[in-house]
Design a protein around this ligand. Sequence first.
Ligand SMILES: C[S@@+](CC[C@H](N)C(=O)[O-])C[C@H]1O[C@@H](n2cnc3c(N)ncnc32)[C@H](O)[C@@H]1O
Length: 424
Amino acid sequence: MSLPQLHLASGRHKRLEAGHPWVFSNEIKSGKEPGPRDGPRDGLRDGPRDEEEGRDAGAPEGGALVALRRADGKSLGVGLYHPHSLIAVRLLSGASRDVTLDQAFFVERIAAAHKRRERALGKDQTEPPAGVRVVHGESDGLPGVVVDRYGEVLVVQVACLGMEQRREVLYDALEEVFSPRAIVERNDTVWRTQEGLDERVGVVRGEVVSEVVLVEHGLRYGVDVLEGQKTGWFLDQRDHRLAIRPYAEGSRVLDLCCYQGGFTCNALAAGARSVRAVDVSERGLARVVANAAANDLERGLTIQKDDVMALAGGGPPGGDPFDLVVLDPPNFTRNRKGVPRARKAYRKLNEAALRWLAPGGVLATASCSHHIYEDTFLEIVQSAAARAGRSLRVLYRGYQPADHPVLLAMPETRYLKFYLVQLV
Ligand SMILES: C[S@@+](CC[C@H](N)C(=O)[O-])C[C@H]1O[C@@H](n2cnc3c(N)ncnc32)[C@H](O)[C@@H]1O
């Protein structure tokens, strides 16, 4: 069956030929050639283009598979189309491959992604119940699809219309590859609104589950897959929770934006003298206490419900300086427009954290916004240090782990930065 054809405006194919899988709505061939201000658009928040003019005759339905071509007619591959999203096409294949979006297609991509995790993280991913991101969207050839595996339970997030329309086939394929005890939908991400998709959360296959147990670095955590943030746990900080341990031993530790206490429990397990865990989320803090108790680590733990931005103007929480501060704030910007505000917020928090350190103290600082590039983040931390009158040495630089792979041609997939810096 021949697919509807979409042509790019002239000169717009270079990024795609280099391996970036998105076509922005203003890059599709139109009656008029794009003007100088029509660059590739950034950030889904900017909203879709209003007018529909310029599509090839007989524009395809939303979610349809389309054959994408350069302005000169050369094939660029097959992708999923959205007529109203800023991302008009999400490519599924290179120029030379046809795609049929059936169960076999999904099984092939999921099985390949799973194999990559087994190689990187070891085969033993269910016993004890480890948490692994088995599908990381575009980086695994499944645009808009995230699948986190907690032992025998899979938690799925779908963030694009084309995949939403095929979600039952996706679930069939996940059952074929993993034979899970349950599949849970966490379709409540902000990205869905921009694709015109509604919110849906619940168990879609298998047993009814809400809480699962996760074991990470020998510590047990209860994870609420229905109501926790993201899919229930921040799997991407796994390696960094281990990286803080040597600096936590015997230390007074402050864990800012602690969520359910991943860093807190690792600090306590490493022999921290005390840990103060701060977050705005009451639910998160209740879980910090439960998780510490589940690992027999309550001694020395204090929780504090607070807004870290408000704390940042004052002295160290609790009054005394810390030997280790962990700062893992939420994503401060989802688009390029928000970068200046995000920079200020990161700087303010990093400056406060550095002021609260005792001599020789260590700051573990993270940014999960892809719009804050690595160089920018280093610059922010350095500028915070200058304002705090501190000088820093970098002890460790970390990024997202192997189960959150980066597509080199797609900066949007490269988001997590994490440094350990020490007062000189
Ligand atoms: C990236 S998550 C932290 C993940 C956590 N460090 C871990 O290892 O699982 C960001 C956390 O910041 C919290 N948060 C967001 N805004 C906050 C604020 N203004 N003050 C304190 N906590 C905040 C959220 O509730 C969330 O738990």
